[in-house]
Design a protein around this ligand. Structure first.
Ligand code: FES
Length: 159
């Protein structure tokens, strides 16, 4: 049994004993895996008697949940109006081209997941890009390349 399986075990016990919302349950699982693995959803369904269809419906309805695992690095470009007029779409186009994926997808080597979002509430900093949870305002092609290079260098240093 690995560490994540133990955590799922604890979550199941918690919901059996204390109850809770299905959304809360999914959030707990998502915080462990950063996505909702199909086999875990099946297990929750079996152990807690929640129809699997309900779990899948909720997992796909809420944008904060994902069924597919995130890549090693998560890049999220704000394409809200203020960021859009400052060139966000060009950043998305370049990343899609360089990564050979569309926004919402993960590269085949599982290194990068590219996503877009509509307004992060810091419009004056647009275009805004979040790289692995770190906010980068006034992003442009040059800064984007430099951020990606830093990720690469950090990876090589730890290899
Ligand atoms: S439009 Fe990008 S932060 Fe508001």
């Amino acid at each position: 049994m690995n560490e994540n399986t133990d955590k799922v075990e604890q979550i199941i016990e918690k919901y059996k004993n204390e109850g809770g919302t299905v959304i809360g349950l999914l959030q707990d699982v998502s915080s462990i895996y950063r996505h909702l693995p199909e086999d875990v959803l099946e297990r929750l369904s079996d152990e807690l008697g929640i129809p699997l269809a309900k779990l899948f419906t909720l997992s796909t309805f809420y944008k904060s949940f994902r069924l597919e695992p995130l890549g090693e690095h998560h890049i999220c470009v704000c394409v809200g109006t203020a960021c859009h007029v400052n060139g966000a779409q060009k950043l998305v186009d370049t990343l899609e081209r360089d990564f050979h994926i569309k926004a919402g997808e993960t590269t085949s080597d599982k290194k990068f997941t590219l996503e877009t979002v509509n307004c992060l509430g810091a419009c004056a900093m647009g275009p805004l890009v979040i790289v692995d949870g770190e906010y980068h305002g006034k992003m442009d092609q040059k800064k984007m390349q430099s951020s990606l290079k830093k990720l690469e260098t950090a990876e090589n240093d730890t290899a």
